[in-house]
Write a protein of this length. Structure first.
Length: 132
């Protein structure tokens, strides 16, 4: 599975600050801490319009087909309505990726999964919503 190195991920400074306060114990916390430590940081107003940020809606394709998901904070997650927690394995795999990249993650059972990021349907920063 070919995935984007953490050092090539891009985060906005506000997402970085908010996520720094949410680091849980365990593997998800370690992966989030690594991402926060290694990602390129930009001001929200400088964020490229093709990068997945918090509250972005994406179209991706994996082994089960195409699906639309919105990356959100854990408290707002609702898998039945397509709201994916940023702390989930797939959520961490998507954060900071650009359209066209491959997201990789491990299931709770340890199986490797991947999905192709086809499109960014909504990004708060591209819409001028910098404080969402």
């Amino acid at each position: 599975m070919s995935t984007i190195p953490l050092s090539l991920r891009t985060l906005n400074e506000l997402d970085h600050a908010r996520l720094s306060k949410l680091i849980p114990a365990g593997p998800a916390g370690e992966e989030l801490a690594d991402l926060l430590d290694n990602a390129q940081l930009l001001a929200p107003s400088d964020m490229p319009a093709d990068v997945v940020t918090l509250n972005s809606t994406v179209l991706l394709e994996d082994a089960s087909g195409k699906r639309e998901l919105t990356l959100c904070y854990p408290r707002d997650a609702d898998p039945n309505s397509g709201r994916l927690s940023v702390l989930s394995p797939l959520g961490l795999g998507l954060l900071g990726l650009s359209v066209g990249a491959e997201a990789g993650w491990l299931t709770p059972q340890g199986q490797a999964r991947s999905a192709h990021l086809l499109a960014l349907l909504y990004q708060p920063e591209a819409s001028g919503e910098y404080l969402v």
